[in-house]
Design a protein around this ligand. Structure first.
Ligand SMILES: C[C@](O)(CO)[C@H](O)COP(=O)(O)OP(=O)(O)OC[C@H]1O[C@@H](n2ccc(N)nc2=O)[C@H](O)[C@@H]1O
Ligand SMILES: Nc1ncnc2c1ncn2[C@@H]1O[C@H](COP(=O)(O)OP(=O)(O)OP(=O)(O)O)[C@@H](O)[C@H]1O
Length: 304
């Protein structure tokens, strides 16, 4: 172990919302080419790692019972990949996840834990992995994981893992309506393909209107430009989301959309006060399980 190793490391990682999710055709490797404009928002998971005899994972928070605690957990996989690459054998670490991001909600909660565990284990073991190596491991773990590491705002090309940071000129205020139960990401992509049938799908590209609105920090312009190509598929699998969207937009949100693969719905508001008003309307509507308010952009994985 190098002298820079620490006894206990805690890392905070944000959720994401996709302000544009342009989905291309199905690639031979089973993924879809994307133009994925990510924004990191202030809902967080905290990943704490401590030295242990063997790999164990625990989880706390309202959705903790839905999180797998075995080797399939993305945080456990991140620890295993880093240990393997650096010749440490099986990872000897206890990972605790304090979960503030809804599980299976289209907000990259598992991805956040993968990125968080990677950064935390790197500090715990003093492996000193470069930023490029961390990003490479993130991409191996999942398409959304690199963005969880970097945060802010970024355009994701390829399957979403090839990131270009984007300038953002202000803070955007969001309300998230967490639906009962999750949606499987592969199932939503498959439903998108099914709905498209034989249509020829052009290569997606980032919309100039989205990039301009982000750069200007202009919520009204962003609201007019947001677009999620997975929304129809998520609504097809979960038609009740239409009612949640109607409540949020009826209460004055500038825009309402499905977050990523859903079933969380995301509402962009003018300011913090409007966010509170929209949140209250959603809370009393009975159309969702929980409501969260968060702003972005925020930084990616940060050691606390
Ligand atoms: C919906 C999004 O959250 C939007 O950011 C992501 O595209 C999903 O990213 P993720 O959860 O990290 O997904 P991965 O773990 O990489 O892939 C899970 C599954 O989702 C589908 N998938 C994912 C990403 C992509 N560009 N095309 C796909 O078709 C594939 O069926 C894949 O097997
Ligand atoms: N650390 C983790 N936290 C939550 N789920 C995890 C984790 N590791 C693995 N999973 C599995 O991943 C599935 C998807 O959970 P996750 O919360 O990442 O969904 P998501 O936010 O919809 O993902 P994305 O937006 O990246 O598509 C869960 O049903 C769970 O079985």
């Amino acid at each position: 172990m190098s002298s820079s190793a620490q006894a206990r490391v805690r890392v905070r990682v944000p959720a994401k919302v996709n302000v544009q999710l342009g989905v291309g055709g199905l690639r031979p490797d089973g993924f879809h080419g994307l133009a994925n404009v990510f924004l990191a928002v202030g809902l967080y998971d905290e990943v704490t790692v401590t030295a242990a005899d063997r790999l164990t994972v625990t989880c706390s928070g309202p959705d903790a019972d839905q999180v797998p605690l075995d080797a399939t957990n993305l945080a456990a996989r991140a620890a295993a990949v880093l240990a393997e690459r650096h010749g440490l054998g099986a990872p000897r670490v206890h990972i605790h996840i304090d979960k503030g991001i809804p599980v299976a909600g289209g907000m990259a909660g598992g991805s956040a834990d993968g990125a968080g565990a990677l950064v935390a284990c790197d500090a715990l073991w003093g492996t000193g992995a470069s930023r490029d190596e961390l990003l490479e491991i993130c991409a191996e773990l999942g398409s959304d994981v690199p963005f969880s590491l970097v945060g802010g705002a970024a355009l994701g090309r390829g399957r979403g893992e090839l990131l270009t940071p984007l300038p953002v000129g202000g803070t955007f205020h969001w309300v998230f309506a967490v639906a009962e139960g999750g949606l499987s990401t592969p199932a939503v992509y498959a439903e998108c393909d099914r709905l498209r049938g034989d249509l020829v799908i052009p290569e997606p590209d980032a919309a100039a209107a989205v990039l301009d609105a982000l750069r200007a920090g202009d919520a009204a312009a962003l609201a007019a430009a947001v677009c999620n190509d997975l929304q129809d598929a998520a609504l097809s699998l979960r038609p009740s989301l239409a009612r949640t969207l109607a409540v949020g937009t009826g209460a004055g949100a500038l825009a309402g959309m499905v977050s990523g693969s859903g079933p969380t719905t995301a509402f962009l508001t003018k300011d913090e006060q409007d966010a509170d008003r929209v949140a209250e309307a959603l809370r009393i509507s009975g159309t969702c399980r929980a409501v969260r308010v968060a702003a972005g952009p925020v930084p990616g994985a940060v050691v606390l």
